[in-house]
Each structure stands twice: as C-alpha cells, then as structure tokens.
Design a protein around this ligand. Sequence first.
Ligand SMILES: [Zn+2]
Ligand SMILES: [Zn+2]
Length: 399
Amino acid sequence: MAEKRDYYEVLGVAKDATADQIKSAYRKLAMKYHPDRNPDNPQAKEKFTEVSEAYEVLSNPEKRQRYDQFGHQGVDFGPGGFDFGRDFSHFQDVDLNDILNSFFGGAGGGFSSFFGGGGRQRRQAADPNAPKRGDDLTYRLDIEFDEAIFGSERTIDLTIPGQCAECHGTGAADGSKRVTCKTCGGSGVVIGGSGWFQVRQTCPNCHGEGSVIDKPCRKCHGAGQVATPAHISLKIPAGVDNGSRLRLAGKGAGGLRGGENGDLYVLIGVKESDIFERDGLDLMVDIPVSPILAALGGVVEVPTPEGAAQLKIPAGTPNGKVFRLRGKGVPNIRGGFAGDLDARIMFEVPSNLDRRQRAVLEEFQKLASPGTFPQAQTFVNKTKVFFAHKEKLAKRANR
Ligand SMILES: [Zn+2]
Ligand SMILES: [Zn+2]
C-alpha cells in the first residue's frame, strides 16, 4: 500500500490551521473533486476520498490531537490501537448540496442555489434525544503462531469510551432536561457575516440541535461517555489466521441516551513460526533427514498440530521429496476438514564424525560402484562430451 500523505498536506493547510481554515480548505477541495462533478474520473474519486478522510480527522479535535501526537498510527489501527469505526464510504453518498448545507446550515435555499443545486430540501435533522448506538471499535491483538493453531485464552486491557454510569449515557445531570438553545432560539442556525454578505452558520452553542442540556452531567460534561478501563477475557479458537476478526457483541463504545453499546472487534495478527510455514489451512515443514536413512528407507518423525506423526519413507527417497499428510494441517475454525501438512525431506550431511563412523563411511565409499550414484555417473558422461567438444573446436581454430 502506498505511503499515506500527511493530512495537513492533503488539505493544503498549515499545522496550526484554525478549524475555519480547515473547513474552508476542505470545502474547496471537496467541491473540486466531488464525484458528481467528475463523472468517470477515478482519480478525482480517489482524491475526494483522501480529502474527506483528512477532513474527518482534522475537523474532530480529539482525532486531530491524536493525529498530531501519533501521526497516522494514532487514528489508524495498529497493534494495540483503535479504529473508531472509520468508514469514509458515506462521503461518497453525500451530494454537493449536502456538503454546502453542512457548512452553511442551509435550511433550504442558502448557498446551494449558487451552485445549481436548485434548493434541495435540507435533510431532517436527527432527533437529538433519540437513542444512539455506541461506535464499533477494533482492537488489534498479536498472538503466537502456536496459539493460533491450538487456540488459547487471553485477557486484554484497554480503555474504551464507555457509557457514563452517572447519567447512563444521557449526558444530563439528574433532574436536568433539554431546553431551547438561547443562542439560536431553537433553529440550530445563526446568521453571521457583515453588510450585504450574510452567511447562515450552524449554531456554535447547540451544534445545530436547537436545544441544549440545561445542566450537563458533571462526570462526562454532557458527552454521555467517559474513558472506561475494560478487562476482557477472550477465547481464541484453534485455527484463527492472520487477519481473523473476533466479534465481542456489546463490548464497544457505550450507547447514548438508551442506545445499545457498539461491538468490539479483535483483529488477530499471527506471528511467524520457526518450524512451520502456513498457507491458509495448510502447513509446510522441512524435516532434516540423514541421507543414509533415506537410502535405506525408514521412519522419520513429523510434528503436526495433533502431535508427532511417524512417516515411513521408502528406500531411495531423494532430497527435497515432499510427503503430504492429509488432514494434519491447521484445524478448521468453521468445523470443516482440517488442512494438509506437507513434510519436505531435507538431507543433512553427516558431520562431527568419530573414527569408527569415518571408517565405516570410508569402507562404504570404497565399495560404491558407478551404479550406486547413477546421477553422478550420467553427469560425468555429460562433462566428458563437453570437454571432447572443447578439444575438437580448439583444433579447428588452430588450423
Ligand atoms: Zn454523564
Ligand atoms: Zn443553538
């Protein structure tokens, strides 16, 4: 994957840009690259997504801070990191008018007509008191190869935006209620600008909701969520693979105003083994074998997830020969057939010989005939032909 560009660079703003500068830069770029304006232009669509992603992060003070501190890793998920349900696909569904309306609080008319929008009706604002489901969270967990094969149990400690116990996710203090916003009189919109140039803006006090909590909860300051430590026991089933996702229902971010909690997804990263190579459900293992044993035939021991298997190899087994052990691969997490295990014979030349061993091998070497090593014999014959050609050609050249 290509290196991600710096979000500030994407929007063409300085690191210390104000929220307004970021908003204005995004607006310009979003209109320039919007898919509606660039039909059949995949590059524009890519740009649009990139710009939207940068804006999504930099327009959110919490995410921006995390990004400033940790870079892309702070807002992407990495080991032990979080993914706060980042899904930019919804930006594609937003049309130009909605982009404009979101900036000007355009309750009909507004600026949209300047851009040929034709006074599209603003979408009904969501009921600010409606229950809202908590975000899904993703946590990345790296496990050992053996844990993935055999299954294991893990506990993870993390901090999630949990439901505030004080207000049960309403954000309101006891006995408090929502009251009409004094700044905008309930419309959610304020008129700004000067002279002939007037701009409708989302009310900064109520963020367009038209109402505010008269007494916010003291513990969560009205957010309905507080940073909550979570201690989670996790059963890792045998057979998980790199990239497997385990879903823990209701363990994600706390729901707001009676909404249910989001889910927690544990994204599994599996470390490499120093014995096996894994490909899906199949395993491959190199078995060091004595060439003498391979010549005589015999039994070699092959490690499998079920234990050591005895593999009979016939006399004359060549180096590199692969024996497939069916069903001895990785257990199937879905309960189907397990994968296969390929055991590859890798000759190990005898070394550290003592006197007797050496004597026996010397004896053997004396007894060896050309037929004992047929490949070597064929090779010798081929090189004879090669050198004969050399002589013939040299003679011809000297003539
Ligand atoms: Zn609270
Ligand atoms: Zn207001």
